[in-house]
Design a binder for this molecule. Structure first.
Ligand SMILES: Cc1cc2nc3c(=O)[nH]c(=O)nc-3n(C[C@H](O)[C@H](O)[C@H](O)COP(=O)(O)OP(=O)(O)OC[C@H]3O[C@@H](n4cnc5c(N)ncnc54)[C@H](O)[C@@H]3O)c2cc1C
Length: 398
């Protein structure tokens, strides 16, 4: 196992940096670095720039529009983008549905939907979770009953991220009520403009509208929108989840957040000295930096195993737990570094064009909001408790 980058990989990194230098709009990187809210147009703008370069669907096979990168190149790309404060790729179409269509879709489905993911014609959201089906996803109840060449879908999805922007939702539905839990589930593509689809906002702890409830009442979905076989959707669902956990460690995001924290701690003062020199604060910063370095090594080990023909297994659960704990700790330290300036919550200060007044330094505006928003990291993509169950079974053999 070799954890150093080759000369070719370093050359690839330089190419990515040059691209980001030239093509990442300063307006967007400023918004990301400052924790300002990104609009739908911002996210679409960045997708279009990546697509023009052929780098948007960077883990799709070449024949469908991917760049043919290795796992190491993807790792380098993701980290460099995070360090340059590029907007993250909205994962639902590119990272989640795309691979499912490539593996399970019909030729007609691939030909129609994949180019639309790339050029932004469709904005996808993920309809998996329900009020009674989160960690225990297979107990989902949303029903789809066949009626001629349509399914009629009823019930409710929840926590649908960015569903307010979406015109399409990939959805898990129950097509056989009498089968065992994991059987009798199908994977359907639902047009959000169909009569009977209602999206209601959920406002989260940080005052933001990021997630939604989606109510489905007698929604007619063409049978042509079934992906894979009827009643075999669980296979698609599980395959998609392995992609949902891609880059779950978020090493680049944490590296960028640590850099920002160091800059803030050098500016903020405690007892007349920079906060970075406070022994307790410095110790917490050092601990999280060491943990981040450790995680980076673990991440590279997993990538090396994949490059050597292995498959990432329960190790991705380790990365999920440590990665999200580190990001939460960094957001907690950043909030603490602001002291009382982290308390006032001026929602408008997180929108582009806000002209003040700021309460405290400008960089304090997003500290509390980001801290609260990041509580989600240990819940979605399979909660950290569920990841611990996986580790105890698959690694510890308990
Ligand atoms: C911000 C956000 C965005 C999301 N976006 C989406 C989305 O776009 N689409 C979508 O489909 N879903 C989305 N989700 C849903 C997410 O996948 C679920 O919240 C997650 O799977 C947990 O399910 P739950 O909320 O029903 O909690 P529950 O499953 O009810 O769990 C409650 C608590 O019990 C613990 N727990 C449950 N079972 C066990 C067990 N067996 N052993 C130990 N502990 C256990 C959990 O860890 C958790 O702490 C999102 C969630 C959040 C918070």
């Amino acid at each position: 196992m070799d954890l150093t980058f080759t000369a070719e990989e370093e050359a690839f990194r330089a190419k990515v940096r040059a691209f980001l230098d030239q093509k990442l709009p300063a307006r967007l990187s400023h918004k990301v670095a400052s924790g300002l809210h990104l609009s739908k147009a911002d996210m679409e703008e960045w997708h279009a720039i990546l697509n023009a370069q052929g780098w948007l669907a960077n883990h799709w096979p070449r024949e469908y529009g991917g760049p043919g990168w290795s796992a190491v190149e993807k790792f380098i790309f993701e980290n460099e983008c995070a360090l340059a404060h590029a907007p993250r790729i909205v994962p639902f179409g590119v990272n989640m549905l795309g691979p499912v269509l490539i593996k399970f879709g019909t030729e007609a489905q691939k030909r129609y939907w994949l180019p639309r993911i790339l050029d932004g014609s469709d904005w996808w959201c993920q309809g998996y979770s329900e009020p009674g089906a989160g960690s225990d996803l297979a107990s989902l109840k949303t029903s789809a009953v066949r009626d001629g060449d349509h399914y009629v879908v009823n019930d409710q999805k929840t926590w649908t991220t960015l569903g307010q922007h979406a015109n399409m939702m990939f959805c898990l539905v129950r097509t056989d009520k009498d089968a065992k839990k994991q059987e009798g589930i199908s994977f359907l593509l639902i047009d959000m403009r169909t009569p009977g689809v209602e999206v209601r906002p959920i406002t989260t702890l940080d005052g933001v509208h990021e997630v939604n409830e989606v109510f489905l009442t007698d929604v007619r979905v063409p049978v042509a929108n079934l992906v894979g076989e009827e009643d075999r959707g669980w296979t698609c669902a599980k395959y998609l989840l392995t992609y949902e956990r891609t880059n779950i460690a978020g090493v680049g995001f944490s590296m960028a957040a640590l850099e920002r924290l160091k800059q803030i701690a050098a500016r903020q003062r405690k007892h007349g000295k920079p906060l970075a020199e406070d022994p307790l604060f410095a110790a917490r910063m050092a601990r999280v930096e060491i943990e981040l370095e450790n995680m980076k090594t673990t991440n590279l080990r997993v990538i090396a195993a994949v490059a050597g023909g292995g498959a990432p297994g329960a190790e991705s659960s380790m990365l999920k737990i440590r990665g999200t704990e580190i990001r939460q700790e960094l957001s907690s330290l950043t909030r603490r570094a602001m002291g009382p300036y982290a308390q006032p919550f001026v929602a408008e200060a997180l929108e582009e064009g806000f002209e003040g007044p700021f309460v405290g330094p400008e960089y304090a505006a997003s500290a509390a909001s980001q801290y609260f928003n990041y509580r989600k990291l240990s819940i979605f993509g399979g909660s950290n408790e569920i990841q611990k169950n996986i580790i105890s079974k698959m690694i510890l053999g308990l």
